[in-house]
Write a protein that binds this ligand. Structure first.
Ligand code: ADP
Ligand code: MG
Length: 257
């Protein structure tokens, strides 16, 4: 049975998609079988994995709204152990279309049950909002991976984020857990970054990964080449950091440390 994880933070631009693409690619390279679900209408995970959104016939929209079997929407990528379900801008319409559906919170969960036996991990890239797509994904997952950007006001919005997790846990998914907090865009030369790390560690106690993701221009460039960073420049600081994060992730999962 795969473990299902949502990469979630309702703030935009904190590194959700970058973490989703690069952590999954690194886990894939380490031999884990991964399904990546793009649940953001912007489809940045889809294009970050080199898939041309225009050429995709069936997306996650068809699964959620048209009831298409998720198996018919899975695309194999050229990257090791990575399959993906793509998103495009149609997905934005889901928020409205879902409001009149019965059991609308459980649609994604029920779809994922069909593929849970086929992967080690299923990762969902959430949109930057607290709408029905995010609620669907928090209802479907075992845990939440939270990227936080090392910036001023890093913890702004975090109490709302935790409130949403609590609400979903009490009403829709009692097993929902925090997988971990990833600090992104860290700048070791800036006092601010160092302060943010301390602050976030105080707030989230033992749930913060030791690996820090540095600010690294290669991470920002890789998506325009349609590649996760380890396949774009395997030696850059960003690639090394995401490989380290994947190792730490697996060590914690398999209780090695
Ligand atoms: P989100 O999915 O939370 O909106 P993204 O992962 O798309 O955030 O990141 C926002 C922007 O910052 C993107 O342009 C991305 O390329 C860039 N970015 C993300 N992480 C890093 C990093 N560690 N170093 C440099 N640029 C980054
Ligand atoms: Mg994103």
């Amino acid at each position: 049975m795969s473990k299902v994880i949502a990469v979630f933070n309702q703030k935009g631009g904190v590194g959700k998609t970058t973490t989703n693409v690069n952590l999954t690619a690194s886990l894939g390279a380490m031999g884990k079988k991964i399904l990546v679900l793009d649940l953001d209408p912007q489809g940045n995970t889809t294009s970050g994995y080199g898939i041309d959104k225009q050429s995709v016939e069936k997306t996650i929209y068809d699964v959620i709204i048209e009831g298409v079997d998720i198996n018919e929407t899975i695309l194999n990528t050229e990257f090791e152990n990575i399959d993906i379900v793509a998103a495009d801008t149609d997905l934005a319409g889901c928020e409205i279309e879902l409001t009149s559906r019965e059991s609308r919170e459980y649609i994604l969960k029920n779809s994922l049950d069909k593929v849970r036996d086929n992967y080690d991990y299923i990762f969902i890239d959430c949109p930057p909002s607290l709408g029905m797509l995010t609620i669907n994904s928090l209802t479907a997952v075992d845990s939440v991976l939270i990227p936080i950007q090392c910036e001023y006001y890093a913890l702004e919005g975090v109490s709302q984020l935790m409130g949403t997790i609590k609400l979903v846990k009490s009403r829709l998914n009692s097993n929902l857990d925090i997988q971990g907090v990833v600090l992104s865009m860290f700048d070791g030369r800036a006092n601010l970054s160092i302060q943010v790390v301390d602050e976030v560690k105080r707030y989230f106690k033992g749930n913060v990964y030791t690996t820090l993701i540095p600010r690294n221009v290669r991470l920002a460039e890789a998506p325009s080449h349609g590649k996760p960073v380890i396949y774009y420049d395997s030696k850059c600081k960003g690639a090394v950091a995401y490989m380290e994060l994947a190792e730490e992730f697996i060590d914690l999962e398999e209780d090695i440390i």
